[in-house]
Ligand binder design. Structure first.
Ligand code: SAH
Length: 353
């Protein structure tokens, strides 16, 4: 369900589309060009309250303040990695919840990893975000503002956005789609859809729906196992959707959008990392258009999963490549600052942050 009102029932101005904003302002008796100004203050100049909209009359600012709320996240924590400069942010929401986002610098530009929900209810065994279940969905404005705050704090333009933080984007579908449209809107930050990646644990109806949206984003599938049996031990969602159906939906996504996929595979020692499994993975995705991103599992203290050794990782990658499948090992960014999904938030909630 689309959420465009805040927790007190006030219209959330940063979650409105440009057309909705135009309608809102015209209902307040304003001329159409005002919408352009307000949209620019919100989505380009990135102001955090109506008082900063200095090109508007005091009267209009007051009217907006009375009818709408302006979502602005509070920075409650920042950690900078000494290893690679990755920064992890904890942001406070107006209802007291806390979420985390990550900023990473690559040679091709700056990337932000955003959360799409507070917590998560998917229950993946290796993931810290899901340990306390789902608290609530994030609104479009709360997803956007993770990027807006980070761009303001770092003073650097964000060029890539990955929806790979806490939460399952397909479980917050309408808000996530609106977020993507606002983020790539020509009057806003105008981030190219080709530089936006949505990662899902594999909710088939969501993948099918996404293929029909007319978007040019990259779809990443969290695969993590070459068969349903192993996958079920890591990801409860595998009990709802068979791999064969998930992969069929992925192939359809490619056919409809022309966008190659990313298959994420977190390597867990003794669970999914032997060469037979690499072989099975190669066959499983042989006719897919995409590449494999191997992620050495980031151990969390609540579970006893262990990272695969360097040699096992290399052998796994080499085997995939021998079978003609492109594979990269994801660089572990921000290992020293609680890099894995939900780790920092979790330690903050437990009073260690
Ligand atoms: N819910 C979405 C997006 C969030 S997680 C999804 O499941 O894809 C982003 C990626 O990180 C997923 O592939 C997820 O399975 C993986 N991940 C989460 N915790 C991890 C950990 N501790 N170590 C390695 N990968 C992890």
């Amino acid at each position: 369900m689309l959420d465009i009102t805040d927790h007190k029932g006030k219209k959330d101005i940063k979650s409105l589309t440009f057309e909705e904003l135009e309608a809102e302002l015209s209902a307040l008796g304003e001329k159409p060009f005002r919408a352009k100004q307000v949209y620019d203050w919100l989505h380009v100049k990135l102001v955090t309250d109506f008082g900063q909209m200095s090109s508007l009359s005091k009267e209009l600012r007051k009217k907006l303040e009375d009818t709408c709320s302006l979502t602005a996240l509070k920075t409650v924590g920042e950690r900078i990695s000494k290893i690679d400069g990755t920064r992890k942010y904890l942001f406070g929401l107006e209802d007291g919840n806390v979420i985390e986002s990550v900023w990473m610098q690559y040679h091709h530009g700056n990337s932000v990893c955003i959360s799409s929900q507070v917590g998560c209810r998917m229950g993946c065994r290796f993931c810290a975000s899901t340990l306390d279940g789902l608290e609530r969905n994030l609104r479009p404005s709360e997803m956007l503002d993770q990027i807006y705050r980070i761009q303001t704090i770092t003073g650097e333009r964000v060029s890539n956005v990955v929806i790979m933080g806490s939460g399952e984007p397909m479980d917050n579908y309408d808000n996530v789609i609106r977020f993507i449209r606002l983020l790539s809107h020509e009057r806003g930050l105008h981030i190219s859809q080709r530089n936006i990646t949505l990662s899902t644990c594999g909710i088939v109806p969501g993948i099918r729906r996404l293929a029909e949206e007319g978007l040019q984003i990259t779809l990443a599938l969290s695969l993590h196992a070459p068969n349903d049996e192993v996958r079920k031990t890591l990801m409860p969602i595998a009990n709802s959707y068979k791999l064969a159906d998930v992969l069929k939906a992925c192939h359809e996504y490619f056919q409809k959008t022309g966008r190659r996929l990313t298959f994420e595979y977190s390597l867990v020692r003794g669970v999914n990392d032997n060469l037979k499994e690499a072989e099975a993975l190669a066959s499983l995705i042989a006719d897919q258009k995409g590449h494999v991103n191997l992620i050495p599992v980031n151990p969390i203290k609540e579970r006893d999963y262990v990272q695969s050794g360097q040699k096992a990782i290399q052998d796994f990658k080499n085997l995939l490549e021998k079978r003609g499948i492109n594979a990269t090992v994801r660089r572990e960014m921000g290992r020293d600052i609680g890099g894995a999904c939900g780790q920092l938030r979790k330690s903050y909630m437990e009073g260690e942050g």
